[in-house]
Design a protein around this ligand. Structure first.
Ligand code: SUD
Ligand code: ADP
Length: 288
């Protein structure tokens, strides 16, 4: 038996860091949405009790360090499953990019082995388990558009943004999420207005969404990697309606309403950035 799962990337339309917690994590408020740049996860039932991970990407480990492996192991242990799985990951999402590729692979494996091993857990149960793997996994279990609170694992569904183009540009650097959080000075950083972003989504106002994008982590990554600002400037000059770094970076996204401007923005980045993508937002959970 084979199960196929799509593992889409996410962007943070807004990301606010409120304070550092006693457990070392940061309390956040993030408005997140999935886009149609996705890894493809193929799960095959093995006739023996083992988890195997395979991928042609040289950027991800093929052993127990892979978040997809950890997701399958968690499901085996939690539901006391004595079956095996071969996980093949077709890696399309850039790694260590602020796009939650690893978290989305883990979420896809939670959903996938739930079917493969006929466990019958609800999405809510899978999202709760996913938080043990990483802060972004719970959101990735549901996909769509959501407000994520706590350290990222408390998910509240939000209306899908009005349709628009998203141009993603990733410079040739990887960023450690842990380092970015460590270097953040919460008092001095900029903070987006999360409630206004939610109101903009509820109003379905593309203009207001564009006005409210903001990311508390952007300043930290920009100081470490000035390329991030250069990408933002190029996107703005080429006519983007809004530009922001996603998550801890270094990927920058542009929101673009007019078809005619998308190719211009793409062309302005191609040659400067090794990885540039034109994608759409997936919008709601049903489309993810
Ligand atoms: C910044 C965000 C925004 O969506 O995403 P990415 O840039 O990684 O995609 C997330 O908060 C990242 O989520 P995720 O990548 O799952 O992080 P985790 O594995 O849970 O944590 C990695 C490290 O980041 C720090 N961390 C993470 C989340 C959080 N709320 N506070 C933190 O301080 C901790 O130091 C932790 O050891
Ligand atoms: N399936 C996976 N896909 C991507 N990265 C993975 C995976 N499993 C483990 N990792 C590790 O997790 C780290 C962060 O990965 P990723 O989710 O792509 O970044 P981000 O959290 O910035 O969005 C990388 O250093 C990578 O080695």
């Amino acid at each position: 038996m084979v199960v196929l799962e799509k593992a889409p990337a996410k962007i943070n339309l807004s990301l606010d860091v409120l304070h550092k917690r006693n457990d070392g994590f940061h309390e956040v408020e993030m408005v997140m949405t999935t886009v149609d740049l996705a890894d493809r996860i193929e799960l095959k039932l093995l006739p023996y009790d083992k988890i195997k991970v395979e991928s042609e990407s040289r950027f991800v480990p093929n052993d127990e360090r892979n978040l997809a492996y950890r997701a399958a192991k968690l499901m085996k242990d939690h539901f006391k499953i004595k079956k095996g799985v071969r996980i093949f990951i077709e890696k399309n999402i850039p790694v260590a990019a602020g796009l939650a590729g690893g978290s989305s692979d883990a979420a896809a494996v939670l959903r996938g082995v739930n079917k493969l091993w006929k466990i019958g857990a609800s999405l809510d149960e899978l999202a709760e388990l996913g938080a043990k793997i990483g802060s972004d996994v719970s959101f990735c279990v549901y996909g769509g558009t959501a407000l994520a609170k706590g350290r990222g694992e408390q998910i509240l569904e939000l209306p899908a943004p009005p349709p628009c183009w998203v141009v993603l540009a990733k410079p040739a650097i990887g960023v450690s999420t842990q380092t970015v959080y460590q270097k953040l000075n919460i008092k001095q950083a900029e903070h987006p207005d999360t409630q206004s972003m939610i109101a903009a989504l509820e109003e379905q106002s593309f203009e207001k969404i564009c006005a409210q994008v903001g990311n508390t982590l952007e300043g930290v990554t920009t100081r470490l990697h000035p390329e991030v600002n250069q990408i933002k400037e190029k996107m703005q000059q080429a006519g983007a309606d809004a530009v922001l770094m996603s998550g801890s970076g270094p990927t920058v996204f542009a929101l673009v309403a007019q078809d005619g401007r998308v190719q211009r923005i793409y062309n302005s980045l191609k040659g400067f950035c090794p990885e540039v993508y034109i994608v759409r937002m997936l919008g709601s959970r049903e489309n993810t």
